[in-house]
Design a protein around this ligand. Structure first.
Ligand code: UT7
Length: 321
């Protein structure tokens, strides 16, 4: 049987830093409230001419360079995003052109869980023999949808992109993936960009309900994906959850019964970068030299939809030197 393994990783954050102090000049908030309630100190924000496809292309370029793969060798590009540059063409097509790829390219929208859904899709394409090398990107520019007069949401989100190159392999890199969706929760977190009423274009969220959903869903889907991979939480080297709130990360560590230091956190410097947060966190681990061949990672996300999903990955790349 052909398996899928990660052979390259890359990420990109836009240059402009938006601090809590900057936000405190825009809405009635404080660094103290934001840090205590969320763990976020700063986030990155796209420039006026910078689009999601620009972030995606930068992350994709770095992942391809890390894998030492030429653009013409990529068989498929899947971009997980809920902030496309345009209604159409897809952000993936725009990214494909920027990267000089020639393969089929399309978007997949599972909101903040987008990278896990895209990873599942890429793995299935490789395991079925339909593709050999797939570039999977999670990219979002949520600051474009955020209402900068709504303090309950504008402090949370940032922009960025992260990417994996997956390739057919004898070694099983992606061990198991478990996904879920429940459209009954659609009104908890949404952005109605095609609505006729302009006020509805902005992101709206019932933060308390999304928080409760996250701390219920993440431990459950993590255990499901581990069970399907014939592993337990004790086998996991790193838990890499979607980065939405430090209190969510702490709660899920407690609920899973794992030490907090095994749950990766990047939230302080990035905020919630939606579908980019998981590959961004993994690239951070990798470039810091904290990933070894054989490590077991659980990538676990949740978001609008509602959607949730976990992937168990055996890291097969060598430690960065
Ligand atoms: O990718 C998935 C998307 N999102 C999430 O995962 C978010 C999940 N939810 C959360 O992270 C948290 O629910 C929030 C960070 C959004 C909110 O934290 P909270 O501790 O649940 O606060 P709250 O909504 O219960 O609000 C507590 C108080 C309220 O004031 P009163 O009614 O107690 O007087 C809010 O108006 O804090 C107020 N508040 C703020 N104060 C200062 C809300 N936002 C702010 C703010 N600065 N930015």
């Amino acid at each position: 049987m052909t398996h899928a393994a990660v052979i390259g990783v890359g990420s990109y954050l836009p240059e402009h830093v938006l601090t809590n102090a900057d936000l405190a000049r825009m809405v009635e908030t404080s660094d103290e409230w934001i840090v205590t309630r969320t763990g976020i100190r700063e986030r990155r924000m796209v420039g006026p001419d910078e689009m999601t496809s620009d972030l995606a292309a930068r992350a994709g370029e770095r992942a391809l360079a890390d894998a030492n793969i030429a653009p013409e060798k990529v068989d498929l590009l899947v971009v997980g995003t809920s902030t496309p540059d345009m209604a159409f063409p897809s952000t993936a097509c725009l990214t494909q052109a920027k990267l000089g790829l020639t393969c089929p390219a399309y978007d997949l929208n599972a909101a903040c869980t987008g990278f896990i859904f895209a990873l599942q899709h890429a793995t299935a394409a490789i395991e079925s023999g339909r593709a050999k090398t797939v570039l999977v990107i999670g990219a979002d520019a949520l600051t474009r949808l955020v209402d900068f007069t709504d303090r309950s949401t504008c402090v949370l989100f940032g922009d960025g992109a992260g990417a994996f190159v997956l390739q057919a392999s004898k070694e099983q890199g992606v061990l198991g993936v478990h996904l879920g969706s429940d459209g009954h929760g659609a009104d908890l977190l949404y952005a109605q960009t095609t609505a006729p009423v302009p006020a509805d274009a902005f992101l709206k969220m019932n933060g308390n309900e999304v928080f409760k959903f996250a701390v219920r869903a993440i431990p459950k889907v993590t255990r499901q994906a581990l069970r399907e991979s014939h592993l337990t939480v004790d086998d996991v080297t790193w838990f890499v959850p979607h980065q939405a709130n430090q209190r969510i990360l702490d709660t899920i560590a407690d609920r899973l019964g794992v030490p907090h230091e095994r749950v990766v956190s990047t939230i302080e410097r990035t905020g919630n970068t939606s579908s980019a947060s998981i590959p961004l966190a993994i690239d951070g681990l990798y470039t810091a030299g904290n990933l070894k061949s054989g490590d077991i990672l659980v990538l676990v996300g949740f978001g609008a939809g509602l959607t949730w999903g976990a992937a168990v990955v055996r890291w097969t790349k060598k430690e960065i030197s």
